[in-house]
Ligand binder design. Structure first.
Ligand SMILES: [Zn+2]
Ligand SMILES: [Zn+2]
Length: 501
């Protein structure tokens, strides 16, 4: 009973969330009825797919309780059962919602080009009792080029609602690019995506982004896995991989021309502009790396420089580089000092789902972890949290450490990622909260320079609060905090609060 109540509450809160966030209205609604005479026949429901459509999503509802009617579903493209654009799949009586697009489709359905014209929903009617009259409703959504990966909402309900810190890994590779692991007989083979997902579950992560190099073929595999992994949000990403740098694009499943230096894509700013049209989040990866034969384009050497206004994030921790000469922090701080608001995030860059901490030399999933403060465990909420800078990086992937940082002054409050206005002479109180960091100490960083904290920033106990006061000079600044272990090793990196900018 309690379980059913919990499910009901979950359904209600998901519905309330969808309403508050303006769930997409269907582009087409059709109603009809089947009755006894339709028993063991097939019926076609035609509908027109407009030009420019890139995705067709169907929701089919009927009452199968009252008359014990069963309705099976399939989909036919413009060619009917003939030709290449004809049969698009058959799901029988098991799926109420399904989608087809060029990149991905619900299992039972075939991904492929969406040709405009007359499509048909195929109904199979194995069981309709003689006196039955069963109404049905069909809702259809037509996706457009540039739709983010979480559209339409009906395909992507939040896995959880409620404002919280959600933890994830934003950088990993699978069989869809150069991810490799040991096969059953110990051969190195392309590593199937589900192993990456299972490894993330074992690390108790809330979300992961699959970022295979330049491709989006993993999107189709993720379509199959997400309903089963209903506590781990799967975010389609890709690592735009060029001769002059790598950058992750999160939240889009559409192809993107990555050929920086070509006629069509002369420079990184063109890539970033094209990415912006896909409504994803763009993040520059492992900027500080040598670039050469061993790892072509691994360092960030974009020329002319990318327009940083089109970049939302920078990977400040990649695998185990925190605190090393390859740390992404100096590159990030350069951008912050130049006036850009870019969120520092982390990613394991895992290439082997079977890698463990016990096997050094390969990055492990969830190491580092990026924690995002978001109002739900959903693609739009997590990516909005990243854009907004409500993020800290848990360098060791502890699973339980939290770093919160806020500021207040006369007439304003701010937390990580926010801007605060403070006139010259105004006192600003900064407050840091760190959990599960006993024995560690906090470090303040103001405009890229160390900001001494009282008592060496010592953090007392597993639930430590630390306040410090700062007087504004009325000029633009940014201020962030980090937590370091007794040996000085970085544990947590917080994102900045921006003052007067
Ligand atoms: Zn890379
Ligand atoms: Zn990578």
């Amino acid at each position: 009973m309690r379980c059913r109540l919990a499910l009901l509450l979950l359904a209600l809160s998901a519905a309330a969330y969808a309403r508050a966030n303006g769930a997409d209205k269907p582009d087409l609604t059709l109603h009809g009825e089947v009755s006894g005479k339709d028993h063991q026949t097939y019926r076609l429901i035609p509908f027109d797919v407009p030009a420019g459509t890139t995705r067709v999503t169907v929701q089919f509802d009927y009452d199968n309780k009252t008359d014990h009617t069963t309705i099976d579903l399939g989909l036919l493209g413009p060619d009917g059962f003939r030709g290449q654009d004809g049969f698009r799949g058959w799901s029988g009586g098991t799926k109420r919602v399904f989608t087809v697009s060029a990149t991905d489709a619900t299992p039972s359905y075939l991904p492929g080009a969406i040709r405009p014209g007359r499509w048909q929903l195929l109904l199979g009617l194995p069981n309709v009792r003689p006196d039955a009259h069963t109404p049905y409703d069909v809702k259809v959504w037509f996706g457009q080029a540039g739709d983010p990966a979480w559209k339409p909402d009906v395909l992507n309900p939040p896995l959880r609602t409620g404002t919280a810190w959600y933890r994830g890994d934003l950088h990993m590779h699978t069989a869809h690019s150069d991810g490799q692991c040991n096969s059953q007989s110990g051969k190195r083979v392309s590593c199937p995506l589900f192993l990456t997902v299972q490894a993330a579950v074992a690390r108790h992560l809330d979300f992961i982004a699959i970022t295979d190099h330049n491709t989006v073929s993993h999107t189709n595999a993720m379509r199959e896995l997400q309903p089963y992994f209903d506590q781990l949000l799967l975010i389609p990403g890709r690592e735009i991989t060029t001769f002059t740098g790598h950058a992750n694009l999160f939240g889009s499943s559409e192809p993107l021309d990555f050929r920086v230096g070509s006629k069509d894509v002369p420079d990184w700013t063109t890539v970033a502009r094209n990415a912006a049209a896909l409504h994803g989040v763009l993040s520059i990866n492992h900027a500080i790396r040598p670039s050469g034969e061993i790892c072509m384009g691994c360092g960030w050497t974009a020329k002319p420089p990318i327009d940083m206004r089109l970049v939302q994030a920078v990977e400040i921790v990649n695998d185990g580089d925190a605190g090393s000469v390859m740390s992404g922090i100096p590159f990030w701080e350069q951008q912050l000092n130049a006036g850009y608001h870019v969120t520092g995030i982390g990613g394991s860059d895992n290439h082997d789902a079977g890698a463990t901490e016990a096997r050094p030399g390969s990055s492990t999933i969830g190491h580092p972890t990026t924690a995002v403060h978001a109002e739900a465990l959903s693609m739009p909420a997590i990516l909005e949290g990243v854009r907004a800078g409500q993020v800290f990086v848990d360098v060791q992937g502890s699973g339980d450490r939290v770093l919160e940082f806020s500021a207040s002054t006369m007439g304003g409050e701010a937390s990580m990622g926010d801007s605060l206005q403070a006139k010259a002479g105004a006192a600003v109180r900064f407050t840091l909260h760190a959990t599960h960091a006993a024995g560690a100490h906090a470090v303040g960083v103001l405009d890229g320079k160390a900001l001494p904290l009282a008592d060496g920033g010592k953090l007392d106990g597993d639930d430590a609060h630390l306040d410090f006061d700062w007087t504004s000079d009325g000029k633009p600044h940014w201020l962030r905090v980090e937590v370091r272990g007794a040996d000085g090793a970085p544990w947590l990196y917080g994102n900045p609060i921006y003052v007067n900018r």
